[in-house]
Ligand binder design. Structure first.
Ligand SMILES: NC(=O)c1ccc[n+]([C@@H]2O[C@H](COP(=O)([O-])OP(=O)(O)OC[C@H]3O[C@@H](n4cnc5c(N)ncnc54)[C@H](O)[C@@H]3O)[C@@H](O)[C@H]2O)c1
Length: 361
C-alpha cells in the first residue's frame, strides 16, 4: 500500500474536537480523561452496541452517536479520534482516520502485526498528524522518576533489565474477542506484555532489537480457567481459546543489552498480580513500583526508597494527546517506538512458532 504525500496539517487551535471510537471498558476511561481537558470537546462516540453507546453519551454528555466507526472519517468537525476498539480493528481504523486528516490516539497494541503498524507511522509522518499509542505506564510517576535517574547516570551503564506483568487469574473474559486470535492478534503478550515491554525499553531508552527468543503457552484458557472480569464486549462460550496465556522472551537489543520479559494472564503463583521492572546498571540497580535503588559494593549493600511524588505527569495520555494536537507538546510515546515494540512482539510469536531465535533488521 502506498503512502499518499500530503502537506503537513497545521495543528489545531482550541478546542480540539474529539470522537471516541469504542465505548467499552477502556473507552470510558478515554471519555473521562478527554472530559478533564479544558481545551478538548468530545463531539461524537462511535460504538456498535446501541445501549452501551447511549449510556456513554449520557454519562459524558456527548451530542452525537455513530453506529459504526465508518461514519466518522468523512465527517467535518472532528479534529482527532481516540480508538478503543478490539485489536484487529486498530490499524484499519487508524489508517482511515489518518487518511481523512484526523489526529489519532490509539490504544495498545498499535496493530496486530508490524507491517500494519509501519503503514500507520508512514501515513502520520507524511501528513504531519499526531499518532500516539496510549502506553499509560510511561506516565506513571515511578517510571518518570526512574527514567530521570537513569538519564542522570545514577545506575552507570545499564546492561540488563527484567520486566513482567504476571497475573494469577486475569484472562480478560474467556469467549470475548480478547481470547480469539482473529480478533486479538495475540494473547497476554499483546495485552499486558506490551505494557511491561514498552515501559522497560523506555527506561533503557533503546527500542531496536537485534534478536528475540520467545515461548508462549496456553495452560489455563483452553480449560476455561483463569478468567478475569475485564471487558464489555459480548461473550460467546463456543469460541475457541487460541491465544497465549503466558509468554516469556529474551530480547537482545542492538547495543547488546538484554531484556527478559514475562507476561501471564493466568499462572500458579502466590501474588494475584506482579507488574514491575528491574533495571541493572554497572553502578546501581533499580526496581519499580515502588521505585527503589540498590547498590552492591565491597562496603556492603544499600537500598533506598525513592520519593516519586514530585514533577511526574501522572496517568494522562489523553490530556497529553490533546496538548500535542494543540502544538503545546511533542508526543511522549513516539510512533516509531511503538512500531519497534510491535516488531518485538511479532518476533516473540515467530520464535515460539518456529522454535528459533528471530533476528531483526
Ligand atoms: N491502555 C490500557 O491500559 C488498556 C486497558 C484495557 C484495554 N486496552 C485496549 O483497548 C482496546 C479496547 O479494549 P476494551 O477492554 O475496552 O474492550 P471492550 O470489548 O470492553 O470494548 C470494545 C468496544 O468496541 C466496540 N466495537 C467493536 N466493533 C466496533 C465498530 N466496528 N465500531 C464501533 N465500535 C465497535 C464494542 O462494542 C465494545 O464496546 C483494546 O485494544 C485493548 O487492548 C488498553
Amino acid at each position: 500500500m502506498k503512502t499518499k504525500s500530503a502537506k503537513p496539517k497545521p495543528r489545531r487551535h482550541a478546542p480540539v474536537r474529539v470522537a471516541v471510537i469504542g465505548a467499552g471498558a477502556i473507552g470510558a476511561d478515554h471519555l473521562m480523561n478527554f472530559q478533564r481537558h479544558p481545551s478538548a470537546q468530545i463531539v461524537a462516540i462511535a460504538e456498535t452496541d446501541p445501549a452501551r453507546a447511549r449510556a456513554a453519551a449520557e454519562t459524558f454528555n456527548v451530542p452525537e452517536i455513530a453506529a459504526d466507526w465508518r461514519a466518522l472519517p468523512g465527517r467535518d468537525g472532528i479534529d482527532a479520534v481516540s480508538i478503543a476498539l478490539p485489536n484487529h480493528l486498530h490499524a484499519e481504523v487508524a489508517l482511515a482516520m489518518l487518511r481523512a486528516g484526523k489526529h489519532v490516539l490509539l490504544d495498545k497494541p498499535m496493530a496486530t502485526n508490524a507491517r500494519d503498524a509501519a503503514r500507520l507511522v508512514a501515513e502520520a509522518r507524511a501528513r504531519g498528524l499526531v499518532l500516539m499509542v496510549g502506553q499509560n505506564n510511561r506516565f506513571l510517576p515511578e517510571v518518570q522518576t526512574a527514567r530521570r535517574l537513569i538519564d542522570a547516570g545514577a545506575l552507570g551503564d545499564v546492561y540488563h533489565a527484567k520486566t513482567a506483568w504476571m497475573r494469577r487469574a486475569g484472562i480478560p473474559r474467556i469467549g470475548s474477542w480478547f481470547t480469539q486470535k482473529k480478533f486479538a492478534g495475540g494473547g497476554c503478550a499483546y495485552d499486558i506484555g506490551v505494557h511491561a515491554l514498552d515501559r522497560c525499553l523506555y527506561l533503557m531508552d533503546e527500542f531496536a532489537a537485534a534478536a528475540v527468543s520467545g515461548q508462549t503457552y496456553a495452560q489455563f484458557g483452553p480449560r476455561g480457567e483463569g478468567d478475569g472480569a475485564w471487558g464489555k464486549s459480548e461473550i460467546d462460550p463456543s469460541r475457541p481459546f487460541d491465544v497465549d496465556d503466558l509468554c516469556v522472551a529474551l530480547i537482545k537489543l542492538k547495543s547488546g543489552r538484554t531484556v527478559l520479559l514475562e507476561a501471564s494472564w493466568a499462572a500458579h503463583q502466590a501474588e494475584p498480580d506482579v507488574n514491575g521492572t528491574q533495571v541493572f546498571g554497572a553502578k546501581a540497580g533499580l526496581s519499580l513500583p515502588p521505585l527503589k535503588l540498590f547498590k552492591n559494593s565491597k562496603t556492603g549493600y544499600t537500598t533506598e526508597l525513592v520519593n516519586t511524588s514530585c514533577g511526574a505527569p501522572g496517568d494522562n495520555r489523553m490530556t497529553h494527546f490533546v496538548d500535542c494536537v494543540l502544538g503545546r507538546a511533542e508526543p511522549f510515546v513516539k510512533p516509531e517506538e511503538s512500531l519497534a515494540v510491535q516488531k518485538i512482539l511479532d518476533a516473540i510469536y515467530a520464535s515460539a512458532a518456529s522454535g528459533r531465535e528471530i533476528r531483526l533488521k
